[in-house]
Design a protein. Structure first.
Lengths: 249, 864
């Protein structure tokens, strides 16, 4: 299979003059307009931008959930923009982790089963040591047998993060992971995510509209009208807010 | 509100179509049955109206024997005919005779399908066109003539074609006398058709017909060679049928012996007899249509329950913006009415198409029905529309009521989709229903009410309902157990399938309950058939001593042999004992009973009838032998007088008592062949049994008997094992027919599975999107849906098997006295039933599984 070992590349993911166009002719909407962007390994990158700027589309295309209309998308060395649906599924399962805003978990499965779901789908057993360290890091040891309906929003999101980490993916893509959480739970989740990047060398790409959330990242990429308009390293929430204001409004 | 209902329907075409389909199938079946029987009835009605068109008055004997095989009537004295002909106003009067007559073609092959197809008749040729529906026609360029001498016959055109016969050629005719060869002098058509309903007809001179039908010369019965079944009278113009009947009645006299009917009365009576014999067919098929509709009730109820749960937010919003509970209820009911009306209309059309197809198929089988239109009675359409719409609407009432009770505040709240907590009350209701149904079933089977079958049906229905109500309580634990191996074997897909199957016990249980009904009925029939077959085997093994049975080809009723055959077989050196065996009906102890007749002297070698009192072999012409059971029930002993009625009432003497009665697979009543000849107008052996003489090899015996059978082309020689097998084959044929009819109920249950899964998938859109996003392949998703169907089907099959075993046991127990002595639940066949149920589940899960796998991931995870 084409999914060879990809550690060689210094970049975890990148898009090369990627476009995503919806509709035709007069109704044409360019969600991504020839965008080129790179995401380095072991870094926590935030994608920001006003509504309709294309930030979610970019994330979906990078994660193999959606296809670009033109240009290329790579995960490590694999060009996923040319992969077949079945290959994409396996790439998502084995090399990508996901955290969504809500409805992140399968309601019929326990926390433990949810965490190991991608590995179970692949028919693999999780590495015991790794599993223990992730579970302990997220303080979920005593909640493993609970079902999602028995967990708080913050706990559910921690299970989702644990699931994303469990298969040690190339990249974790997070789509507004704190959108449904109160500020305390948000801080908790973001701290975990940053911790995973710092101490476990994990790569995370996160879409958010919250400057506070963005301030946990190493680098912020700003999008407007399907193009990269700016970026910022080691952001602070105030700095991000300023930049956002100057952008669209 | 109506606009909303309509829009809702349009928005969910698939849901609409699947729900409608389940009702449509049942309605189609109902309509098809009625249209087909109406069409056949009309055809026969016209045929008989035709046959009696010129008859104004009709004389026949009053005494008769009615049985399930038809009516046999005494014959009347031919000397009445000249008297009737002298009555003022009579244009013509003719005596008529009808009897068993089987034609064979030049190669000796029987014409038609003896024993299986339409009957084979002999008639006396009635010359006058007005009193006979038969018209002579020219055939292959040769003109027909009426039979003038006793070895000339006229035959029907269909037989002439089938047997490749021609005018001037020879035809062999088998009757109750020895076979005889006749010259074909004419070919006739019945009105405008070649033969009535595919029956064959051979018509000879009245004298020849009277010779064939003349009662035998029994020791105390004088030969009567001038008899008719009836005399038909045609009047001159201007005389009413009633007037002519009066005049004939005056001349004939003896009102206790003869009855005189008008032509219209005879026609009406014959038509009502046809209707009665077809009503058996109509009721039989209708039962299966209603079973199908009963299954649909579960599916519609389930579908609407799920829909209401899924539309909870929307309905609550309606309430919040000012719709009343009643309005919400009626919007849901409105959808049901629309579905019902649409499904019923489609069902009616489907039914008519099916009936037309079946009619064409009948014609293909050689049952020639005159080309008439398919009869679509207004009542048929009305019934189908009402039943279909009512079933759909009534099934939606409870879900609609639940919808009306949704609180407006639910629009704002995140609430559980369906109530998963179950009140203990429902478990109790389920138990009570099951118990009540069991009581009704037992009363119907063992209580001996006159309408027992109705109680059995009602009991079965209530038991089904009771078990269905218990279903949700059982669903969680049972599905967990059934799903365990699936989860073990299939890993995470199996686990997800199991969890999905148990997450909504109500839904799973209702879906499974629909399948349960089909499985239970199939299991019941399987058990019943296996038990009957085992009982037949046991009975044949125990009581059958004859080495060979000569049976009509294809078995069944209507076929038979001249007693000559048995006489010739008995005369063979290779045969130590042989006898014809005849079955009849008579009245005794207030009911119509089955009676067997054979040569009592030969019986000892043919059957282990186990005589316990009296001199069985010496049974006299006015003596009857009875089983020990009857002797006990009616408190009779040898020498007692038993009032009976064959054609006329009489007292017979109990001549012998034997142990092996109906319970043992034989008959409770027995008379000698001489006694039978004296009491029945027709004397045809239904079977001939033979026992080989000592030292004769089976091969030699078979050769000798087969030599005799050359003259009897409808006869088939079977040894004991073959005879047993042919009985079992007959049961198999019957059982296969019922399986085919029950398939409809199973298919509808399959639609229910498809519907439930499709609706569940809509509900789990987000979750499925998530699963796909994090790496579940399409194949895995499809497998998970399929395995969910497997668990639901297994649950339904398990419930069905339990209920079916119970029904089977109860019915076999109830029929012990009728000779079904063995209760045999056949393990392998029942496993096949379960396998088929699972197969149906998987089959109907294919489409929903595909839809689930095709889901657009992005849309799914972004869906509200």
């Amino acid at each position: 299979m084409a999914i060879a070992e990809t550690i060689s590349s210094p970049l975890a993911a990148r898009a090369v003059t990627a476009s995503k166009i919806y509709g035709q002719d007069d109704n044409e909407v360019r969600a991504l307009d020839g965008i080129s962007v790179e995401f380095a390994r072991s870094r926590f990158t935030a994608i920001m931008g006003p509504s309709g700027s294309g930030k979610s589309t970019l994330l979906h295309c990078l994660a193999g959930l959606d296809r670009v209309t033109a240009g290329q998308v790579f995960l490590g060395d694999i060009e996923i923009s040319t992969c077949k649906e079945k290959q994409l599924t396996l790439i998502r399962r084995d090399r990508i982790g996901f955290v969504f805003q809500a409805y992140n978990l399968v309601p019929t499965l326990t926390a433990l089963e949810n965490m190991t779901l991608p590995m179970a789908l692949a028919g693999r057993k999780p590495d015991k040591e790794w599993f223990d360290s992730v579970v302990d890091m997220l303080h979920m040891r005593d909640r493993l047998a609970h079902r999602p309906s028995e967990l708080s929003g913050g706990q559910q999101q921690r299970v989702a993060v644990a699931r994303a980490l469990m298969s040690r993916p190339e990249v974790i893509f997070a789509d507004e992971p704190t959108g449904n959480l109160d500020s305390r739970s948000s801080t908790e989740i973001l701290t975990f995510m940053r911790g995973a990047v710092r101490s476990l060398d994990q790569t995370i790409v996160m879409v958010t509209h919250d400057p506070v959330a963005a301030s946990f990242s190493d680098r912020v990429v700003f999008l407007a009208d399907g193009k990269i308009v700016d970026e910022m390293s080691d952001p602070t929430s105030d700095g991000v807010l300023e930049r956002l204001k100057s952008l669209g409004n | 509100m109506f606009r909303l209902t309509w829009k809702g329907l349009l928005a969910h075409k698939l849901r609409f179509a699947l729900t409608a389909l389940s009702v449509m199938l049942g309605v189609s079946f109902l309509t098809g049955t009625n249209v087909l029987t109406d069409t056949i009835t009309k055809t026969f009605n016209e045929m008989f109206a035709n046959a009696y068109a010129g008859t104004d008055a009709y004389v026949r004997a009053r005494s008769k024997i009615d049985s399930q095989f038809g009516t046999q009537r005494a014959r009347i004295d031919g000397s009445l005919l000249p008297q009737i002909r002298t009555i003022d106003g009579v244009l013509d009067a003719q005596g008529t005779l009808a009897f068993y007559a089987q034609m064979a073609d030049s190669s000796g092959k029987p014409i038609g399908q003896p024993g299986r197809g339409a009957p084979t008749f002999g008639f006396n040729w009635v010359p006058d066109g007005k009193l006979s529906p038969w018209k002579l026609v020219s055939f292959k360029g040769v003109e027909s003539a009426a039979p003038a001498s006793d070895d000339e016959v006229v035959i029907d055109k269909a037989s002439a074609h089938l047997g490749n016969l021609k005018i001037g050629g020879k035809v062999r005719v088998l009757t109750q006398l020895a076979p005889k060869e006749y010259m074909v002098v004419g070919v006739a058509m019945f009105g405008t058709i070649d033969s009535p309903g595919g029956a064959s007809a051979v018509m000879m001179t009245t004298r020849e017909a009277q010779r064939i039908t003349a009662p035998p010369v029994a020791p105390d019965v004088p030969a009567q060679t001038n008899q008719f079944d009836a005399i038909a009278v045609a009047s001159r113009p201007g005389i009413s049928q009633e007037e002519m009947a009066l005049r004939v009645r005056d001349v004939v006299g003896e009102p206790a012996r003869y009855e005189v009917l008008t032509g219209a009365q005879v026609t009406a009576e014959t038509q009502s007899e046809i209707e009665k014999s077809l009503s058996f067919f109509r009721i039989g098929l209708t039962i299966f249509a209603y079973i199908a509709l009963f299954v649909s009730i579960f599916i519609i109820f389930n579908t609407f329950s799920i829909i209401v749960a899924q539309r909870l937010r929307e309905l609550a919003l309606l309430r919040a913006i000012g719709a009343s509970g009643r309005q919400v209820m009626f919007s849901v009911l409105g959808e049901a009415v629309l579905v019902g009306l649409f499904a019923s209309a489609a069902g009616v059309i489907g039914g008519i198409v099916v009936a037309a197809g079946l009619k064409a198929m009948l014609a293909g089988f050689g049952i020639d029905i005159p080309t008439g239109d398919v009869v679509v009675a207004r009542g048929t359409v009305l019934l189908a529309m009402v039943v279909g719409t009512l079933v759909t609407t009534l099934s939606a009432i409870l879900p609609a009521r639940r919808a009306s009770k949704i609180a407006p505040v639910a629009a704002m709240r995140d609430v559980a989709l369906e109530p998963n907590t179950r009140k203990a009350r429902w478990t109790i209701i389920g138990l009570v229903l099951t118990a009540l149904g069991t009581c009704a079933l037992f009363f119907g089977l063992f209580g001996g009410p006159s309408n027992g079958i109705a109680f059995v049906g009602l009991g079965a229905m209530v038991i089904f309902l009771g078990v269905a109500v218990l279903g949700p309580t059982l669903a969680r634990p049972v599905s967990k157990v059934l799903g365990w191996p699936v989860a073990r074997l299939r890993g995470i897909t199996g686990e997800l399938a199991r969890d999905n199957a148990v997450r909504n016990p109500r839904r799973t249980a209702l879906t499974a309950a629909a399948l349960m009904i089909g499985v239970a009925l199939v299991a019941l029939i399987t058990i019943f058939a296996a038990s009957t077959k085992a009982s037949v085997s046991v009975a044949v093994d125990r009581a059958f001593k004859a080495d060979y049975v000569i049976d009509a080809k294809g078995g069944g009723f209507g076929g038979g042999f001249s007693p000559e055959l048995a006489k010739r077989v008995a005369a063979l050196d290779e045969v130590s004992a042989a006898s014809g065996l005849r079955f009849g009906a008579f009245k005794v102890d207030g009911g119509t009973k089955f009676i067997v007749s054979a040569d009592p002297k030969a019986m000892g070698d043919l059957f282990d009838i186990d005589p316990v009192a009296g001199d069985f072999p010496a049974l006299g012409v006015n003596e009857i032998a009875i089983s020990t059971k009857i002797a006990k029930d009616l408190k009779l002993e040898v020498g007692s007088r038993l009032p009976v009625q064959f054609l006329t009432a009489e007292d017979m003497t109990v001549g012998a008592i034997y142990a092996a009665g109906q319970r043992e697979g034989l008959s409770d009543y027995f008379i000698s062949l001489e006694a039978f000849d004296k009491r029945y107008p027709e004397r045809i052996d239904n079977q001939v049994l033979a026992h080989l003489a000592e030292g004769v090899t089976p091969a030699a015996g078979k050769r000798a008997i087969n030599e005799v059978l050359i003259d009897y082309p409808t006869a088939e020689l079977q040894d004991q094992a073959e005879f047993k097998q042919s009985r079992l084959d007959q049961i198999n044929m019957f059982v296969n027919l019922i399986y085919a009819l029950l398939a409809l109920a199973v298919i509808i249950a399959g639609i229910g599975i498809a519907n439930t899964l499709a609706l569940s998938i809509v509900e789990r859109t987000r979750e499925l999107g998530l699963l796909r996003a994090i790496g579940m392949t399409r194949a895995q998703l499809r497998a998970a849906v399929r395995w969910e169907a497997v668990i639901i089907s297994l649950f339904g099959a398990a419930m069905g098997l339990v209920v079916g075993l119970f029904f089977g046991w109860a019915i076999v127990e109830a029929l012990k006295s009728e000779g079904i002595t063995e209760f045999v639940p056949p393990g392998p066949q029942l496993l096949v039933v379960v396998a088929i149920a699972v197969f149906v589940g998987v089959l109907f899960a294919l489409l929903p599984a595909r839809r689930a796998a095709r889901l657009d991931i992005l849309k799914a995870i972004e869906a509200e």
